[in-house]
Structures are given as structure tokens and as C-alpha cells.
Design a protein around this ligand. Sequence first.
Ligand code: CP
Length: 346
Amino acid sequence: MNLYGRDLITTQEWSRNELETTLDLAARMKRDRFADNFTNILQNKTFFMFFYNPSVRTRQSFECAATELGGHAQFLEPKSMRLKTATSAGETVEDAAKVMSRYAAGLGIRILEDQVSAYGEGDNLLREYAHWSDIPIVSMAHDKYHPCQGLADVMGWSEWYGRGPGKGVDPVVLQGKKLLVAWGHGALARSWCSVQEAMLIGSRLGMDVTLAYPEGYDLDPAVVEWTKQNCAENNREFGITHDPREGYHGAHVVYSRHWMSPQAYQNGEFLKKQEIEKALHYPDWICDGEKMKLSDNGIFTHPMPIDRGHEVTDEVASGSRSCIYDVAENRLHVQKAIMALTMAGR
Ligand code: CP
């Protein structure tokens, strides 16, 4: 298998074998973090990080990843570049992508929430960069998908249900486990990328998936359909409930996270204030100790940043069955593996 030059826009577009190879390398890089054979993989190479939106984990983990592989990650903001937009003249994606390809070994892009005016616009932009560039395009979270997060999620869950964090990854342990993706009320209007990626990769790896959300918070129907198909191909179950408790029964991995409604974008505008006001009307949609007791001794997972007190209680987020910091750490290791596999050797 050769992943050199491959884009990563969603894990759904990589084969299961490619995902498992990436997870296996990430686990080896975690176990033997500064081994000589890893520390010069990106020597003399630069990874461009193009951030339309803010970030803590993604920027930090990509910078550390590039450093640990012997390369460099350069932070770029669109406001400091003269790019063409719907309302202003400037450089086209074709020109920007072709020039960036002459400098860097890879390009990461983050664009979501208030930086798009309709769902899917961010995904279109990444695909336009992928079309014109000669280097791999990696989603660093966009309006539809968050593949680096999805890989870090399943790495963390596999560690918890396997030999433990840092002791290797065997995704087979996730087969037959139940993933609950539950909407959480919240004061942030979040994009669908993280939860959609988790549903896709969890179902690819043989998990049962239950989606739980109040009426009116449907996710992308195409992603739901893919998740159903992934479950069917693995002889696993997929279900949707609009009850805040029902989905917890028998769950092994509980993913409680707020997401915006399909009405968030209207006439080219992102209605953030309206979304937040609406979401705060569902106080029962919080992951707490009482609901976790309904699960099968489940673990709590979240991509972070967490809206504590809305999406989840402190008791659960900081409890003994929370894997949030292991998953956050795994962002570093999976991104090192992605960069090594797709960018090394250029
Ligand atoms: N999970 C995640 O992408 O975190 P940041 O928004 O802090 O990068």
C-alpha cells in the first residue's frame, strides 16, 4: 500500500486497510515517540496549516507533530493572504494551490462555523485545493468532516477496550461495541464535522451506532446513509432516537457533543445567536452520571473543547471512565502517522 500524495478529507474515502495501517503506525510512534527512525521522516520539509477558524489542539498537535518528525509546520491565516473571495478580488485557489505545492510537503485546511455561509462550502473549498494542488490536502476540521479527530477517537477507544493507552492499538476490539453519539445542549453552535466523522469511522470499524438528538437536529442525510451502509456491511445495528436517555442503554462509548441545527445557515448567513438560544432550551440533553449508569460501564469521549455543564457534567468529563485526554494526545500520534505516510519522501 502506498499512501504517498493522498488527500485526507474524510476517513470514509480511505480503505479500512489504509486506516488500520495509519493507526498501527500512530501506535508505534506513540510507544517509541522519539526513536531515531521517526525523528527525521519530514527532515527539511514544511507542512502548511491554513486556519480560517481558531484552534487549540489542532494547531498545537500539528506543530508538535512536524517538529517531532524533523520538519516544520507553518501557520497561515487567510486574512494575511490576498485571496479572492465572493466579494473581493485576489488570488484564485488554482494559483494559491499551485504555488503552495512548490514550497510545502502538505497543506492542512480548517474552515467551518462562521467562516462558511452554507453547509458544504468548506468541503467544496478543500476539494478545490485538492484538485489544483500537487501535495496532499488534509482536513484540519471543516464543515463536513474531521478525519484526524476521527482517527484519534478510535485510537483512544481501541486503547481503552484493548491493552490500555500507549500499549498498542487493535481496532478489532471495537467490533460489536455500541457507540452512542448524543446531542448535548450548549452555548456554542458547533459544526457537524466531529460527530459525523466519529459515526463514519466507528461504523467502518464494526461498531453499532446510535444517534440521539431532539427533533430538528438532523445531521447530513448522506452521512447518516453512509453510516447505515457501513453498519450493514459489518452486520451491525444503526438506530436513531429522540429520547435523551434511551440510547445510553448498553452503550460502550458515549460521545456527547452539541451540534447546530440544519437551520443554522440561512440566506448565506450563519445564525449563531439564534442557534445558541434554541439549544439552551433542552437542559435534559446533558451527559451525566445518572445516564452513564444506563450504559455498559461505558467510556465518555469528546473531541474537545468541552462545554462543561451543558454537554456533560464535570463528574463525567473528569471521571475515571473519561478518555478525553488520551484522545486529545492521540491527535499528535495520528497526525504524525498521516504526515509520514502521505508526505515523506517528497
Ligand atoms: N478537537 C479539535 O479539533 O480541537 P481544536 O478546535 O482545539 O483544534
